[in-house]
Design a protein around this ligand. Structure first.
Ligand code: UDP
Length: 332
């Protein structure tokens, strides 16, 4: 039995591939390398990397059959909120149409299990905190909207073709692999922790705090930061859940259940790096909810998932280790 990982050369995908291989799984990666990095699929893991678009049905069917794939983990997508607002059709094309083509190939090859990389952005402005899976879903940007559309696609594909799926709604992924040389490398970078660490590396002058007048204790936005290796583990458990014969289309939040403000993240990073990390308050970023915290009780109860690296200092320290060793990222 082989697991096919789409987007396995991306940030969370590459850490999940490493987690799977380290647990004895046979893995194959499909990645167009549009945003992924060849270097993120480590040669030492001995995982085949196929460089084609998930919409290439003929190649996808061929790889699914040739490797006797039983489950797909699907990361391949565009994931920049700002870009999705500027260019929504790109997101409908790559994310929604791309997933429809992937499912078409899976149905043709009779591979009927999928674990999907979803997001807290499906909720939009939450009605209560912490957020539960059944809460209102009203995305505030095309990125979240396309991820929600894909979750709905799984529901109907389950009814029509018997496709079983688990959608994992990540909160704020952060950190890097504790022992292997993989980490976060987005071009351009928009996420808070890598930006802060780029300041500590002297690559940026300062970090902009997007708003300090939110209704939170220190006025800055609160997010639930979750270590990328804990996310990777959740994917492995979700594959197990499907292999145990679970049918249907389910969705789980993945977060630590505790929130940190932008100001707190900067303070922790100052301690971890020993760098002053100059910060300046700037205007709010459009569409940012004041607070996003996961209720991940269901992932614990159903998948048996418990995050292990929950200390923010540990999360930031693992990211710092990667950034120091790879100040220019993968350079590919
Ligand atoms: N943020 C910030 N300055 C930055 C980047 C992000 O103040 O340069 C804030 C952002 O407004 C949000 C939090 O940090 O409240 C986390 O943002 P990120 O883009 O990392 O993840 P998101 O929560 O948008 O998925």
């Amino acid at each position: 039995m082989t697991i096919l990982v789409t987007g396995g050369a991306g940030y969370i995908g590459s850490h999940t591939v490493a987690e799977l291989v380290q647990h004895g799984e046979s893995v194959v990666v499909v990645d167009s390398l549009q945003t992924g990095h060849r270097g993120a699929v480590l040669a030492s893991l001995n995982v085949p990397l196929y460089d084609f678009d998930i919409r290439d049905t003929a190649q996808m069917v061929d790889v699914l059959q040739r490797h006797a794939v039983d489950t797909v983990i699907h990361f391949a997508a565009n994931s920049l909120v700002g870009e999705s607002v500027q260019n929504p059709l790109k997101y409908y094309d790559n994310n929604v149409a791309g997933t429809a083509k992937l499912l078409e190939a899976m149905v043709q090859a009779n591979v009927l299990c999928i674990v999907f990389s979803s997001t807290a952005a499906v909720y939009g402005l939450p009605e209560r905190m912490p957020i539960r899976e059944a809460d209102r879903k009203l995305p505030t940007n095309p990125y979240g909207e396309t991820k929600l559309a894909i979750e709905r696609m799984f529901h109907w594909a389950n009814q029509a073709y018997g496709l079983s799926s688990v959608s994992l709604r990540y909160f704020n992924a952060a950190g890097a692999h504790p022992t292997l040389p993989i980490g976060e490398d987005h071009q351009p970078e928009s996420h808070l922790i890598p930006i802060i660490l780029q300041v500590a590396l002297g690559q940026r002058e300062k970090v902009n705090i997007f708003g300090d007048d939110y209704d939170t204790a220190d006025g800055t936005c609160i997010r639930d930061y979750i270590h990328v290796m804990d996310l990777a583990k959740a994917h492995r458990l979700a594959v197990q859940y499907l292999r145990n014969g679970e049918k249907g289309a389910s969705a789980f939040n993945l977060g630590n259940g505790s929130g940190f403000s932008v100001q707190e993240v900067i303070d922790v990073a100052r301690k971890v790096t020993g760098h002053p990390i100059p910060a300046q308050v700037s205007p709010r970023r459009a569409g940012d909810p004041p607070q996003l915290i996961a209720d991940a009780t269901e992932a614990h109860r159903v998948l048996g998932w418990t995050p292990e690296r929950t200390e923010l200092a540990e999360i930031v320290a693992s990211a710092w280790q990667w950034h120091q060793a790879h100040p220019q990222g993968y350079q590919d």
